[in-house]
Design a protein around this ligand. Sequence first.
Ligand SMILES: C[S@@+](CC[C@H](N)C(=O)[O-])C[C@H]1O[C@@H](n2cnc3c(N)ncnc32)[C@H](O)[C@@H]1O
Length: 252
Amino acid sequence: MTSDHPTRAPGPDPLSPVVDDRLLEGEAKARAVQSMFDRIAPRYDMVNRIMTFGLDVRWRRRCVRELRLSPGSTVLDLACGTGDLCRDLTAADLSPVGVDFSAGMLGSARTTAPLAQADVSVLPVPDASIDGVVCGFAMRNFTDLSAFFDELARVLRPGGRMSIVDAASPANRVLRAGHNLYFGRIVPLIGGLLSDRSAYAYLPRSLGYMPAPDELVGLVRRAGFSDARRVQLTGGAAQLLTGTRDPGTSGS
Ligand SMILES: C[S@@+](CC[C@H](N)C(=O)[O-])C[C@H]1O[C@@H](n2cnc3c(N)ncnc32)[C@H](O)[C@@H]1O
């Protein structure tokens, strides 16, 4: 499985999706995100475990459990990176296929699942052909969330399930203050020391791309998942978005 558009058009290649203190949008954002992940791929897993105290492992397992699909079901792991969710899906007796546009991340992947280099907004997959979709810690990096959810609705069969986990900001004011300190100040320091300063400075800034929780759930419902819901994990440091593909509706 390959895409017509796995690599972005040539052009200036900013080191991070934050330029002059502004968050990039559109094609410029996609290009910066792709080259940033190519760059940080070799140490990505190690930095994740350290900066989340291993909680990312728990959050991904919960994401897979929420699929509630029968053994053998085909599940796309969108923006699969180094394949952590693919491994959890395999362990849960599901049949994953990983998709990511970063050659660096795919090259560092440790999974037995088939992998494809493609953009998640144009999946090289027929309509209604997939049982489930997962996506871990990537939504903030996409350029058009509404188009992304429409694409999920297109490839999932009626009754198919989606389960998406991502970083978040706690709703509770006190927890949010502590989280802002850790995620906004300490994580960039850890990431800068162990990996790439500009990439881990972007990480807390990337939450700025996320719509408000109600708006996010509204986008998913409108795409064709009328039972969509969002729950906070670990006090709101992460969020889980789940839904079931409605029968007989179009995602676009
Ligand atoms: C933070 S990593 C998450 C990797 C993995 N899902 C995990 O749970 O660790 C985000 C991934 O999203 C990928 N990505 C971002 N935008 C993408 C897009 N439009 N199409 C495909 N992959 C994308 C990046 O290349 C990167 O591997």
